[in-house]
Design a protein around this ligand. Structure first.
Ligand code: FA5
Length: 344
C-alpha cells in the first residue's frame, strides 16, 4: 500500500510538471524522464520484482493505470503544443499565394462505361427504356425459361458458378432479364438491359470470364424480322458511322427462331486488307447475337405466341469498345493502367 501511496504522489508530480511545460522540447524531455529506458516507470517496474505476490498484483495494476493516464496526458499536451506552434507560424509567415499549385489530376470515365452510355443513349432515341436484372440468377431464368432445358448441349458453352442446393448461378448472359420483364409487364415491351455476365472461359485477347452485355427486347403485335434488321442497322450506323455495313448470318440460339449473328464491316482496315489482325482478312467482325423470340419463351412467361411476336438481341460491350477504339486486347480494360485509361 505504501508503494501505491507513493505512486499517487508520483502521478501528481508528473501532472504538475506537465501543466507547467509549455514547449515541445521540454515536453519531450519529460516523456523521456517518465517512459524512457531509465525513466520513472521502468524504475518502478524494478521495484515490482521485490514485492510479495499480492502486493505485486495490486501495485502492478495501479502502475499500469497510472502509465496509461500519463501517456494520454502527454499525447494530448503534445497535440495542443503542436497546434499552438502551427498557429504561430501561420500568423508570422504569410503564405506565398503566387507559388504554382500542386499538379491536379482529374479522373476519367472508363472506356467500357463510355461505350455503354453511348449504346443506351442510341436505343433511348428509338424508345427503348433501360432496365437492370440481378447478377445472381435462377437456373430457370438463365436457362429453363429460355428454352434451354437441363441436359441441353447449349449449356456447355455457358458453364458458370452454381450456388449449391439453391438452383442459383452467376448469370451467363443478360437474356434472363427478358424473362423477368415479360413476367412482370405485358406487351408492348421495348427494353435494353445492360450488365455484367460470367462464364467459365479461357481468357485471351478477345475472351474474358467476366464481361458486359446489353440485352434488347421488343414485343408487340406484328413485330417482324424487318423491324429487327432496321433497329440493328440504325444502331450500327449511329455507333460506327454512316459508311458501316451490317451483315446478318444465320445462327442458332435456343431462345430465338430464326436466329442470327450480326457482323459489321471492319472498322480497322475498312475491309481492305487481307492481313488485318482484327477481321483476319474477312472484312467482317462479329458484333452480336439476335433473332425472333421463340414461341416456347413466350409460353414460359404466359404471353400468347399467336397474338404477339418479338425480337431480341445481345451485344458484347467489350467487343464494341475494342472496335470503336481500335484496341487489340480485351484484357487492357481490366488492368487499370493509368497510361491506357487516360487516353479516353
Ligand atoms: C448470347 O449471350 C446470347 N444471349 C445473345 C442473344 C440475345 C442472342 C438475344 C439472341 C437473342 P453469345 O454467347 O454469342 O450470345 O454472346 C453475345 C456477345 O457477347 C458476343 O457476340 C460477344 O460480343 C460477347 N461475348 C461472348 N462471349 C464473350 C467473352 N467470353 N468475353 C467477351 N465478350 C464475349
Amino acid at each position: 500500500m505504501e508503494k501505491i501511496y507513493r505512486l499517487n504522489d508520483l502521478e501528481k508530480k508528473i501532472i504538475e510538471t506537465l501543466e507547467k511545460t509549455n514547449d515541445l522540447t521540454a515536453l519531450e524531455e519529460l516523456r523521456k524522464e517518465t517512459f524512457g529506458k531509465k525513466g520513472i516507470f521502468n524504475q518502478a517496474l524494478e521495484d515490482l520484482k521485490n514485492l510479495a505476490p499480492l502486493e505485486k498484483q495490486q501495485f502492478g495494476k495501479a502502475l499500469n493505470l497510472t502509465k496509461e493516464k500519463i501517456d494520454l496526458l502527454i499525447k494530448e499536451k503534445t497535440l495542443k503544443l503542436e497546434e499552438t506552434k502551427l498557429e504561430q507560424t501561420l500568423t508570422q509567415k504569410k503564405p506565398d499565394w503566387t507559388l504554382p499549385s500542386l499538379p491536379f489530376y482529374l479522373g476519367k470515365t472508363h472506356p467500357l462505361t463510355l461505350v455503354l452510355d453511348e449504346v443506351l443513349k442510341i436505343f433511348s432515341e428509338i424508345g427503348f427504356s433501360s432496365v437492370h436484372g440481378p447478377e445472381i440468377e435462377t437456373d430457370e431464368n438463365n436457362f429453363g425459361a429460355l428454352n434451354i432445358p437441363e441436359e441441353h448441349p447449349a449449356r456447355d458453352m455457358h458453364d458458370t458458378f452454381y450456388i449449391a442446393g439453391e438452383n442459383l448461378l452467376l448469370r451467363t448472359h443478360t437474356s434472363p432479364v427478358q424473362i423477368r420483364v415479360m413476367k412482370k409487364q405485358s406487351p408492348p415491351i421495348r427494353i435494353v438491359a445492360p450488365g455484367r455476365v460470367f462464364r467459365h472461359e479461357a481468357i485471351d485477347a478477345t475472351h474474358s470470364a467476366v464481361f458486359h452485355q446489353v440485352e434488347g427486347l421488343a414485343v408487340d403485335e406484328n413485330i417482324s424480322f424487318a423491324d429487327l434488321k432496321g433497329t440493328l442497322e440504325f444502331f450500327n450506323k449511329k455507333l460506327f458511322g454512316k459508311e458501316i455495313k451490317s451483315r446478318f448470318r444465320p445462327s442458332y440460339f435456343p431462345f430465338v427462331e430464326p436466329g442470327a449473328e450480326i457482323d459489321i464491316s471492319c472498322t480497322i482496315c475498312k475491309s481492305q486488307k487481307s492481313n488485318c489482325p482484327v477481321c483476319k482478312g474477312t472484312g467482317w467482325i462479329e458484333m452480336l447475337g439476335a433473332g425472333m423470340v421463340h414461341p416456347n419463351v413466350f409460353k414460359a412467361v404466359n404471353i400468347d405466341p399467336n397474338q404477339y411476336t418479338g425480337f431480341a438481341f445481345g451485344i458484347g460491350i467489350e467487343r464494341i469498345a475494342m472496335l470503336k477504339y481500335g484496341i487489340s486486347d480485351m484484357r487492357l480494360f481490366y488492368e487499370n493502367h493509368i497510361a491506357f485509361l487516360s487516353q479516353f
